[in-house]
Design a binder for this molecule. Structure first.
Ligand SMILES: Nc1ncnc2c1ncn2[C@@H]1O[C@H](COP(=O)(O)OP(=O)(O)OP(=O)(O)O)[C@@H](O)[C@H]1O
Ligand SMILES: [Mg+2]
Length: 290
């Protein structure tokens, strides 16, 4: 029964489901768990309020370096709020208040000594709707590096970031065209190139494919896997197949009776999608609610 829905979930790579059921695959998953991996972000009893409304309750979570972590859960359960707490984007909303700690490489990012602008260079963000600046493709990538004081060869940097974002071949002959003239999928890759230009450690992505067609979506997923060699990625997604295909770890959130978002299960994606500990995770990923 479970293999049937996992099979669907992991399409178009159903072989994974079959292999996962074998003892060898289980051993492989265990060895991944034992691999030397380090925490890049850690939340400690994190709470986020909007006014008096508690949107995210007591989240304790460790994001592993050079891995892709997916945050899943029904609408309104606090996924975006949690994601935004990782680079203090909630600070930009006057009603929001954050309690608890978020450690980046062991340092509390909510400490008053931390400059949020410098923090957001280390922890970049890609949004649901591609949002290039109304400037040239070149400037979209060069701008951030320049304002952060980049002193090297800007042309080379722009090329490298566009290559890493798998966009170079499509735009190399029209770098002075407006970024807004690109297709949606190209615009999203341009936004990823823009984030890369300031050499972040972590890239946050809030439903980055929800406005893209399936081909552009697969393109971004491929790119994420490439980027995970050098960066840590945290992605919010409503697409269970995407979470299962692309992420190494999955965090499942739900709302409690007061509509506060809680982390109800967190672990390796292979395990969470095949043998969830919490019945509510299974109900959600099999589509019984949400
Ligand atoms: N700026 C805000 N002011 C007040 N309440 C907010 C604000 N942003 C979010 N909320 C509330 O906080 C809760 C969590 O919202 P959030 O956007 O984090 O959920 P989500 O899981 O990302 O939902 P979705 O899947 O629909 O994007 C919701 O109840 C929402 O209405
Ligand atoms: Mg959201």
């Amino acid at each position: 029964m479970r293999e049937t829905w996992l099979h669907t979930l992991r399409a178009p790579a159903p072989a994974v489901a079959v292999r996962l059921a074998s003892p060898e695959a289980h051993a492989a998953v265990q060895s991944l768990a034992a691999a030397p991996e380090s925490a890049v972000l850690t939340t400690q009893d994190l709470r986020v309020y909007y006014g008096s409304f508690l949107a995210v309750r007591d989240v304790n979570l460790t994001i592993v370096r050079n891995r892709i972590t997916a945050i899943i859960g029904p609408s309104g359960c606090g996924k975006s709020t949690l994601l935004r707490s990782f680079n203090r984007m909630n600070d930009l909303l006057p009603s929001s208040r954050t309690v608890g700690r978020v450690l980046l490489d062991g340092q509390d990012i909510y400490d008053p000594s931390v400059d949020p602008v410098a923090l957001r260079r280390r922890v970049g963000m890609v949004f649901q709707k591609p949002n290039p600046f109304p400037k040239s493709i070149y400037e979209n990538v060069a701008w951030g590096a320049r304002i952060h004081g980049y002193r090297g060869d800007l042309d080379a940097l722009v090329e490298e970031c566009l290559r890493r974002a798998a966009l170079w071949d499509e735009v190399k002959d029209k770098l002075d065209q407006n970024g807004l003239s690109l297709s949606g999928g190209q615009q999203q890759r341009l936004c990823i190139a823009r984030v890369l230009s300031v050499a972040p450690e972590v890239i946050l992505m809030d439903e980055p494919c929800s406005s893209l067609d399936p081909i552009a979506t697969l393109r971004i997923e491929e790119l994420m896997r490439e980027l995970a060699r050098d960066y840590t990625i945290v992605i919010v997604t409503h697409n269970m197949q995407q979470a299962a295909r692309v992420s190494h770890y999955t965090a499942m959130m739900l709302m409690d009776a007061d509509r506060a978002g809680e982390l109800i299960e967190y672990g390796e994606t292979n395990i969470l999608f095949t043998r969830p500990r919490d019945r509510r995770t299974e109900d959600y990923i099999t589509g019984r609610f949400g």
